[in-house]
Design a binder for this molecule. Structure first.
Ligand SMILES: *Cc1c(COP(=O)(O)O)cnc(C)c1O
Length: 379
């Protein structure tokens, strides 16, 4: 009666599970909605102020200004630091366009530099080489949840009198040599887009920093440039954080460190399960990093076919990001053609983001690993 051993059913693995954490917190989240309906304070107000205090404490900053997105957080930070038309801001091409469209919106010009091949974050030597008399600032992006190598960047900034704005949209809770990300530059910008390590149930963002004058300008910019109601010192924007989102964020913030630990557990499981596949390279956690694994990004031979193979098995994956900014149609005016940023251009053809979220189970990691192994063994 020997039957061939049945193949276990394939385990579908979503790229991201945004359902379970909200179900687990459903009652507290619904309380936020009820509270908002009773208070009828929907934009700004005490819920936002409470969140700002709590997030500043979490981030190790003196102050926090809640805004309506990470993109506006970046723009307001650049503007509060005095960016003027034609000012150059050095940042990476291997990031989401929000990092740089906000530079342009603030009047500046992005200067793209290459990444370190091992970490895929800003290469300090490339930054040094990109500085011109028009350079005013540097924007390190703590990509995928891994801090940039900040000490050399801070030294360059000091030597040339430049500011640093940390793009911390993917790195809530990460640390660089025991310093929390967001505390090393003049200001930091955060996103609370739903899929981030700390996400609202809509749009949201924040600026943190230690200079109350600069944070005051951010506060004005988010609210039509007013210092008090209907008195406008400057023109600003409609850039406020909604009270309901602030309330949701207050429910979630106490869970963030635990969720980050869950991501680190999942990353460790991947590391074991994928260790012996020669066709892929695993992401590194630099010795200076406490990585919070917003994304787990491998580098793979025959990447597109591997991705299609995983998709067919019900395994969600992503590309972060498929086309570097300097080669996007939107940035052809900067005149950087193919070949100008070799490490970035090599990486984008190989990167593949695997499923990553705090509750990822050992079985799910096993299913992803089996899918990858299966592809390369040609079965
Ligand atoms: C998400 C993200 C942003 C922008 O945040 P939004 O809240 O979506 O506007 C900026 N930079 C990086 C690196 C991001 O991942």
């Amino acid at each position: 009666m020997a039957s061939s051993s049945p193949r276990p059913p394939l385990v579908a693995v979503p790229f991201l599970d945004l359902v379970t954490p909200h179900q687990q917190l459903e009652n507290e989240l619904l309380d936020v909605l009820r509270r908002a309906l009773v208070r009828a304070a929907f934009v700004g107000g005490s819920e936002v102020e409470e969140f700002e205090r709590e997030f500043a404490a979490f981030a190790g900053a003196d102050g926090c200004v809640g805004v309506n997105s990470g993109t506006d957080a970046l723009r307001f930070a650049y503007q509060a630091l005095g960016t003027r038309p034609g000012d150059e801001v050095v940042t990476v091409s291997h990031t989401f366009i929000a990092t740089t469209e906000s530079i342009t919106q603030a009047g500046g010009v992005p200067r793209f530099v290459d990444v370190n091949d091992a970490t895929l974050t800003m290469d300090p030597a490339a930054v040094e080489a990109a500085i011109t008399p028009r350079t005013v600032g540097i924007v390190p992006v703590h990509l995928y949840g891994q801090p940039c190598d900040m000490d050399p960047l801070l030294a360059i900034a000091r030597r040339h009198g430049l500011w640093i704005v940390e793009d911390a949209a993917q790195a809530h809770g990460a640390r660089y040599r025991d310093r929390p990300v967001g505390t090393m530059g003049a200001m930091a910008a955060w996103s609370f887009y739903p899929g981030k390590n700390l996400g609202s149930c809509g749009e949201g963002g924040a600026v943190t920093g230690n200079d109350s004058t600069q944070l005051g300008v951010v506060r004005q910019l988010r609210e039509h440039g007013q210092s008090r109601k209907y008195y406008h010192d400057i023109e600003g924007y409609n850039g406020r954080l909604h009270a309901i989102q602030a309330g949701f964020l207050r429910v979630k913030l106490p869970h963030l460190n635990g969720w980050n630990e869950g991501r680190r557990r999942a990353a460790a499981l991947y590391r074991q399960a994928l260790a012996d596949i020669p066709e892929i390279r695993l992401p590194v956690e630099a010795d200076y990093s406490y990585h919070v694994w917003h994304l787990f990004v491998i580098r793979a031979e025959r990447r597109d076919r591997l991705q299609a193979h995983l998709t067919a098995r019900g395994i969600g994956t992503g590309l972060h990001y498929p086309l570097p900014l300097h080669l996007q149609a939107a940035y052809q005016n900067l005149g950087l053609g193919p070949g100008s940023l070799p490490a970035t251009e090599r990486a984008v053809g190989e990167i593949l983001s695997l499923p990553m979220f705090p509750g990822l189970t050992e079985d799910q990691v096993g299913a992803v690993a089996e899918g990858i192994r299966d592809f390369y063994s040609g079965s």
